[in-house]
Unconditional design. Sequence first.
Length: 314
Amino acid sequence: MSDAPLLSIVAPVYRSDAIVPEFVRRACEGASQVTEDFELLLVEDGSPDGSWDRILEACAGDPRVKGVQLSRNFGQQPAITAGLSYARGRHVVVMDSDLQDDPMYIADLYRKSLEGYDIVFARKRVRRFGALRNLSTRLYYAMFRWLANVDYDQHIGAYSLITRRVVEAFLQFGDYRRGYVIVLGWLGFKRAHVDVEHRERPIGRSTYSALALVSHAITIAITYSDKPLRMSIYFGMVLSTLSFLAGIWLAINYFRSNVGQLALGWTSIIISHLFLSGLILTSLGVVGLYIGRIFEQVKHRPIFVVRETRNMGV
């Protein structure tokens, strides 16, 4: 890759047709603080609005802007993977295109990487979301850290700069379901962070709802941890111990009773039955989720499918 640019910027685009022109302008300004030898890859992730048209207009105005249109909405993580597979830069910046990730920090990330770091994260001092979104985000990271059993900094997101060897290592990762930041942590390269300000979204609202965050946390936890399976084992052991102790207590109470009668009730039996049945079904559901992920993985489907590209030969 002797003709590779010094810097590539990868940004997934979804429901951002009103933001794309301004993002392109700011991203090019941010990259120009490092070098004029850069490329900006916009990955349109099956957006239902006019995002791809805005990307085509940007590509027509500057050959350094390149477009990748996926055949449908695959999600943020596959879109990032698609962008990395096309990026040629010796350093690659990954960021969102909603302008909450401010491109002005690209130069700071690059300078930090020159100190010998292969991965440099943009660490947000304060997340600029609404009150409900901030609460759901905190719950998401708390649940994620607990389920996946990883030390994950909730102020770090996808906004980062990685070197070419990290890109190559990332693309070797064969998981169908993946989390960009989690994979970077697993790869083990030397990493650092730069503190940045998280900006207000200038137009529109984030497409990540609280329910989507919870769903993503569960998916990543099941992909990278067996803790939910171990939890079902622990619950089973606790219930077995409690039932054994309850059986001993009932036997002692029976023999101590003069009439040999116990205060047995239909309600307590039904409640116990429903409780145990619920735990059994929950455990089966957890096992089913793991089997479903295995089924997804062994089918070896592509992580993304590209419909069209623009300016890739430039």
